[in-house]
Every structure is written in C-alpha cells, then in structure tokens.
Write a protein that binds this ligand. Structure first.
Ligand code: PDD
Length: 293
C-alpha cells in the first residue's frame, strides 16, 4: 500500500450520518452482521482512465444482491456520491482504479434471525489505484479445477466467499492463478471470474443461472462476440471436455480477458493464448477505451 492517506466511506452504527475517514481509522463493530455471519453483499467496479466502466450495471446487480438477501437498503445515490467523492479524495481522476463497496445487515447482538427493522445496514466504500496484471493477460495463466461446494445462490454477490477462498488458495499452492469450479460434472465459473471455452470457433460459457454470477465482463464478452459475428453457445462445458477445448479464458472486472493455457497441469490447445481469445482481448480493450473516452 502507498504511504499516501487513503480515504474510505463508512456509514454505520458508530457513524450514522456517514463519514469519509482515512481507511485505517474506519471502525466496524464486532457485532456487525458482516463480521459475524458474512451477512452482506459487495461489488467491485473499475474505472479506466478515470471513467467508470458500466457503473449502472454494477449498481443494478448490487441492488439485486441486496434484494435477494432482503437487506433493506436502496440508497444507490448515496453510494454513487460516495464513490465519486472517494475518487477525488484519493486522487484517482485519471488512470485505472477499483472501487469496492459493501453493505451488511448492520449491527445487532449475535442471533441468526434478522435484527429489528430499526437496525440500519452498514455501508462501506473504498477506491484504490489498480495495476492490471499485463503479463497474465499476455502470456496466459494456469488454472486448476475445484469442486463447486458453494451454495445454490451464486447469482448473489455475497461476501460469504469461503469456498472461493479455499479454491483459490489451492490454485496458488499448485502454481496456478485461478480455480475453475465444477458442479455436477460441468464448469460453472472461476473463484472471481466467469469462464469461457472455445471449440471449433464457437465460444461456450455456462448459462446465466443461480450457479454463476452474472458477470458484467461476461456480458461485455457476449456483446463483443455478437458485434464481431463470433458464434456463442451458452451451455454447459463438461469437465471431461476440457482436453478437447481449443482455447479457454476467464473474464472479470479485475482480470479483464485472460487466457488459460493449462488446466491441472495439462495444456489447453497449443498451450499458448488462443487466436480467438487474443482477438477478444483486443476488441475488449478498444471497447473499454471507447467507453472511457
Ligand atoms: N469478482 N464470478 C465470480 C464468482 C466473481 O466473484 C466475479 C467478480 C465474476 C466476474 O464478474 P464481473 O465481470 O462483474 O467482475 C464472476 C470480483 C471482481 C471480485 O470478487 O473481486
């Protein structure tokens, strides 16, 4: 972390009106439902060249997550204002940044049922400089497969990420950068990315169901495929078909489009980033820069 003071926004039991504070001065109660139960939701948003990438889409998904968990929060204008103020305070009007936002069900004594309606949700927002992993994007990464032991509502961007944490750690311990989840014999998604296969010129990805997050980058990839006439099939990729794939890539807010060149130690296709993946990377860059102009 840089030595420069980093500002964050907190609205909580101890700061009911909402405060901008140096990040290391933010206090969260141990009785916060996020701390006790992972009872909260989050979003990760990017700026490119100081401009938001698909902010309304992220905020819409955030509201979907909140509503799905019945967290009584809908003050999206407050979040938007906090984000904009943080970009200014943290001197991020140009260049790349990530914004992290989280809302939990608030602070109450530890009890599984919802707290009384008078308990207000906790809101936390931060914004930091982002340095993309250019080498991974250029050279590709290794991945492993991992059993998808997550719950049945992966469409909710819940802060309960233990299965993702365990799988990603196992990937890192095996010299890989991502773990690809497999549920009922088919690829669902990565620990923090959506997953796409390419076979005979067709892009294949898991359909938008409760078993994956509806990725904003996933949507952009599908849009780019439509624009460039690349055939897409939203269907299941059985784990046993991984060796038959010509190409494989992951996509997400912090990953953009990154080729996967090896799974469980075995090469995908030629073992180098694939042609279609590279073409989509170029198209994605152009698309993002056009949006950030
Ligand atoms: N993760 N699938 C999962 C499980 C994710 O956590 C993410 C994003 C994605 C990609 O979604 P998007 O394109 O909207 O970023 C797919 C964020 C970046 C994270 O947890 O850090």
């Amino acid at each position: 972390m840089s030595s420069r003071k980093e500002w964050a926004y907190i609205k909580s039991k101890t700061a009911p009106k909402g405060l901008f504070l140096p990040k290391d001065k933010v206090n969260i109660s141990p009785n916060d439902r996020g701390f006790m139960f992972a009872d909260g939701v989050y979003e990760v948003i990017r700026t490119y060249n100081g401009k938001f990438y698909r902010l309304p889409e992220h905020l819409k998904r955030f509201q979907h997550s909140l509503d799905a968990l019945r967290i009584n929060f809908s003050d999206i204008p407050l979040i938007e204002a906090a984000i904009k103020e943080l970009l200014a305070r943290n001197k991020l009007p140009t260049g790349d940044a990530t914004i992290y936002l989280q809302v939990t069900r608030g602070v109450w004594q530890r009890a599984h049922e919802f707290p009384p309606k008078s308990v207000r949700p906790t809101v936390y927002v931060e914004a930091a400089r982002f340095v993309p992993q250019k080498e991974y994007a250029r050279l590709g990464i290794a991945a492993i497969t991992a059993s998808d032991i997550r719950w049945g509502r992966c469409d909710i961007k819940s802060i309960g990420l233990l299965a993702n944490v365990l799988a990603r750690q196992r990937a890192v311990e095996n010299g890989a950068m991502e773990a690809i989840f497999v549920r009922d014999g088919v690829i669902t998604e990565g620990t923090h990315t959506n997953v796409f296969g390419v076979q005979k010129g067709e892009v294949i990805t898991h359909p938008k169901t409760n078993h994956i997050l509806a990725g904003i980058t996933r949507e952009a990839v599908l849009h780019l495929c439509a624009t460039y006439g690349i055939p897409v099939c939203e269907t299941f990729i059985p784990e046993c078909n991984i060796p038959k794939l010509d190409e494989l890539f992951i996509a997400g807010t912090t990953t953009e489009i990154t080729p996967v060149i090896k799974v469980n130690g075995k090469p995908i296709g030629t073992g180098k980033p694939g042609k279609l993946t590279k073409a989509l990377q170029v198209a994605f860059r152009d698309h993002v820069l056009a949006a950030a102009r």
